[in-house]
Design a binder for this molecule. Structure first.
Ligand code: C5P
Length: 219
């Protein structure tokens, strides 16, 4: 009974963390659960969209009707996104992409020797900004996890990455955001903003998708 607001639309979502290999048995990652991205995929599919979910490693079931592509590293996530981005109408970057990867992944397991060791890291590509730089580009939505000055940083990201919309969550509020079942979002676009108060991630996903549909049609 969900309104089919997205019937006929193609929508791609990135979700979850990425894993950056150190050697064959170790990696760098983060605590992203993937719940917000999966809730968006579930809600978009229920609204009639053809959904492609490019997912880092998470412990979540694939929502009904959603095409899921599993990846590990940021580079693999970028490759999977670019392979299928051409005819997407909407792109939502919800993944917690690692900002850096290991400069040189060791071929064998690294042995312990000295008391300290260091790893050289190099910047990963920005998947969201890469999509937003395309011409034509899908309606591109980013996420921003901030601990303070949420609007300033979110608006800066909106401009810098050439996004159509950004959904910011204040990760300093206990029980909300990262890894939680509930979240609250402050959504910004060029000419406006809307607060989506704390609720479960599926309700928020429905609200955010409604905002996307509204502003995609009337920028
Ligand atoms: O710059 P920051 O990492 O805070 O931006 C967060 C947004 O950018 C999220 O939407 C995230 O999915 C996306 N991102 C990305 N690729 C990166 C880093 C962030 O797509 N390498």
């Amino acid at each position: 009974f969900a309104p089919k607001l997205l019937a006929g639309s193609k929508l791609m979502i990135t979700a979850g963390p990425t894993r950056e290999a150190i050697d064959p048995v170790r990696y760098i990652s983060n605590h992203s659960s993937g719940k917000m991205g999966y809730a968006l995929a579930q809600a978009a599919s229920a609204m009639g969209a053809e959904v492609t979910l490019v997912s880092g490693p998470v412990n979540l079931a694939t929502p009904a009707g959603v095409k899921r592509i599993n990846v590990e590293s940021a580079q693999q996530m970028l490759d999977a996104v670019l392979a299928d981005i051409n005819d997407q109408d909407i792109f939502i970057g919800c993944a917690a992409v690692a900002d850096y990867r290991i400069a040189e992944v060791a071929e064998g397991k690294i042995k312990k020797s000295s008391e300290t060791m260091s790893l050289a890291l190099v910047r990963n590509p920005d998947i969201l900004a890469t999509v937003a730089a395309r011409n034509p580009k899908p309606f591109t939505v980013g996420f921003a996890a901030e601990t303070h000055e949420v609007e300033t940083y979110a608006r800066d990201k909106l401009q810098r990455k050439n996004l159509d919309m950004i959904a910011a969550n204040d990760v300093s509020i206990p029980g909300l955001g990262f890894n939680a079942d509930q979240n609250a979002l402050r959504v910004f676009w060029q000419s406006g903003a809307e607060d989506l108060p704390a609720t479960d991630k599926l309700t928020l996903a429905n609200q955010l998708l409604s905002l996307i549909v509204k502003h995609k049609n009337n920028p």
